[in-house]
Design a protein around this ligand. Structure first.
Ligand SMILES: *[C@@H]1O[C@H](CO)[C@@H](O)[C@H](O)[C@H]1NC(C)=O
Length: 229
């Protein structure tokens, strides 16, 4: 588990939040979960990782949410181990929505990327496809990945370029992940961009001048997607 999970967890309010705008400070990552559709009813606000919403009395209760930053909502505790549905949403300004596949089924929640906003360049590797289980958060380079033998998905924030290598210390076959702009790139299964599961050993920011393999990716500053593997 990432060191970021030690971020302070705050329960901001537990009853009806009538106003949505104004609750959020600019760039403060936050998710408020509401018991009813349309951002009404009982709510709970979080600004960090929650591996089990039952600890806040909110397991399987959320039907809608308002978020700032990038957040992933899982139907299973501990970020989707086992069978799961996943909703990923990202925006640097407040974004409110109703859940579809995980309505009244959200059990764990975590954010993605830097607390300083979605245009900060970060690389997060996940143990399984669809951002499930453990993660590894990289802001510049990692010569020996902790998740070297177990990974299936990647999320980039801040767009830009990254090189992934099959060997440790930036050795072996490599690929340049070249993304446009400064937004988010969601790769729910790395096979879709030509990378084998569990094949990477090191990662660093930027690409070589003439990389042999280039994967072109589109980044965007806002998005909302439901995944039902
Ligand atoms: C990213 O890599 C591509 C492919 O090598 C290159 O054309 C582009 O200039 C790079 N962009 C940045 C911001 O380094």
């Amino acid at each position: 588990m990432s060191f970021r999970s030690t971020f302070l967890l705050k329960i901001v309010c537990c009853f009806t939040a009538a106003t949505v705008s104004g609750v959020f400070g600019q760039q403060d990552i936050r998710a408020t979960l509401y018991e009813q559709f349309g951002n009404s009813g009982m709510s709970v606000s979080i600004d960090g990782y929650v591996p089990d919403l039952s600890t806040l009395g909110f397991a399987d209760r959320a039907r809608s949410a308002c978020t700032v930053g990038m957040w992933i909502f899982y139907a299973m505790p501990n970020y989707g181990y086992g069978s799961y549905h996943v909703v990923a949403t990202y925006s640097d300004s407040p974004f409110c929505f109703d859940f579809d596949i995980v309505a009244a089924d959200v059990s764990s929640v975590r954010y993605v990327g830097s607390g300083a906003g979605l245009s900060v360049q970060t690389f997060t590797l996940y143990e399984q496809t669809y951002f499930a289980r453990n993660e590894e958060y990289i802001t510049s380079e990692k010569p020996a990945l902790n998740l070297a033998n177990v990974h299936g998905s990647i999320i980039l924030t801040g767009g830009g370029n990254w090189t992934v290598f099959e060997g440790t210390s930036y050795s072996g076959p490599s690929a340049c992940l070249a993304s446009t702009g400064t937004g988010v790139v969601v790769i729910a299964d790395i096979r879709t961009v030509g990378l084998e599961h569990n094949s990477l050993r090191s990662v660093r920011i930027g690409c070589e001048t003439n990389p042999k393999t280039v994967v072109h990716l589109q980044s965007s500053m806002t998005g909302h997607r439901s995944f039902s593997p």
